[in-house]
Design a protein around this ligand. Structure first.
Ligand code: GLY
Length: 377
């Protein structure tokens, strides 16, 4: 099958760099051909989620991928790491760096990240600092990483004070989003990725949001045509936003809808499996809509409509939906100072006028947000 291709033109005004996202079904088997010009007989290091070496139903995808790229490479070395946000740390990064160096790499060595968001973020970060920066390719294997984290070049690890506080911007050479691998994904991970998909409709495409309302069952049942549309639309919206603002000076912050609340929840939860990133984002988006309503920007009916889609998709919409996650409004407020949008102690939130229209609200009044948190928690 021929893939559809979305070209991400970073810094398009100065025509700096562009890279393809290949989207389609059963693409990993032809990865060597798709990536031929990048691999170009180079030494490859594949950093992959250990899920693919442990789990029998998934390793056939991985094996086929490795066989395909071997045909184009000088050599292929594999390194398994565990996924999950709890392992997205400086100490795991150090282990990765030392292990990659032990393969006698040089600046032509190409690193490939094969896994979900955590693997992509940490392997991407490693590639950005090894030998002062080597090239890398993203093979996202979860819905969340296919529609969001593998695209746009944000790499990094969590700090002890907050999520993704240490990292770089380092764009991949190419991305392959193969929908067939999503069939191996645990249901919970699939639903969590769907939260980021809904986010795109809410930020700037109401007709996509309506289509998601009508088609969420097909998507969560892994219908290929629906999945293709989901990935193409999400990546196109993301690419459109980041190509003018790679380093998040301005509108890229819109992609953070729900993330100020969401990251705070994940950080307080200590990146435990009781809440995973997409679930925290789902709650965070519902909070962002409720907060928008509190400030007079959007209608109660819109808040309810957003919550209804998350609920129908099996996602949480409020902190109380997560068992054993207890914290105070003060604890949550304290986490906001580590949000990367915070400047000079002034808080910024992504809010909505309505479904399909997010905006950046700077200098949010501290007493109002504190009061809102007291009502919500
Ligand atoms: N995930 C948000 C961004 O890439 O900016």
């Amino acid at each position: 099958m021929n893939p559809e291709i979305i070209n991400v033109n970073i810094n398009k005004k100065i025509n700096k760099s562009s890279y393809p996202i290949f989207v389609g079904n059963n693409l990993l088997i032809q990865a060597g051909e798709l990536l031929k010009k990048y691999i170009n007989n180079k030494k490859l290091i594949v950093i992959h989620d250990d899920f693919f070496s442990i789990n029998k139903s998934t390793n056939s995808h991985f094996d086929r991928f490795i066989q395909s790229i071997k045909k184009e490479a000088a050599s292929v070395n594999l390194m398994a790491i565990s996924g999950g946000d709890k392992t997205k740390t400086m100490s795991q990064l150090t282990n990765i760096l030392e292990s990659v160096l032990s393969f006698d790499i040089d600046r032509d060595t190409l690193l490939i990240a094969f896994g979900g968001g955590v693997v992509g973020d940490i392997a991407g970060f490693a590639s950005s600092i090894l030998l002062r920066g080597i090239d890398f390719i993203q093979i996202p294997t979860t819905l969340l990483s296919q529609v969001d984290s593998s695209v746009g070049g944000k790499t990094g690890v969590n700090g002890s004070l907050g999520k993704n506080l240490i990292g770089t911007f380092h764009q991949p050479l190419a991305v392959i989003a193969d929908t067939s691998i999503l069939k191996t994904l645990p249901r919970r991970e699939l639903r969590a990725g769907f939260a980021e998909v809904i986010k795109y409709g809410l930020i700037k495409d109401k007709s996509f949001f309506i289509w998601l309302e009508d088609n969420f069952e097909k998507i969560l049942n892994l219908n290929d045509i629906s999945l293709n549309k989901v990935i193409i639309t999400s990546c196109s919206i993301k690419s459109d936003i980041i190509q003018d603002d790679e380093k998040e000076i301005g509108k890229r912050a819109l992609l953070n809808l729900g993330h100020t609340f969401g990251h705070a929840i994940e950080s307080i939860g200590n990146y435990d499996k009781k809440i995973i990133h997409g679930e925290a984002v789902a709650i965070g988006i519902c909070m962002a809509f409720s907060f928008s309503k509190k400030l007079g920007f959007c209608l109660e009916s819109e808040v309810e409509r957003v919550k209804a889609l998350f609920k129908k998709s099996g996602l949480p919409t409020a902190i109380k939906d997560i068992p054993n996650l207890l914290f105070s409004s003060d604890e949550m407020f304290d986490k906001f100072k580590y949000d990367k949008k915070t400047r000079n102690n002034k808080l910024t939130f992504i809010l909505n006028n309505k479904i399909g229209e997010s905006f950046i609200k700077k200098d949010v009044n501290t007493e109002i947000i504190k009061n809102f948190l007291t009502e919500e928690i």
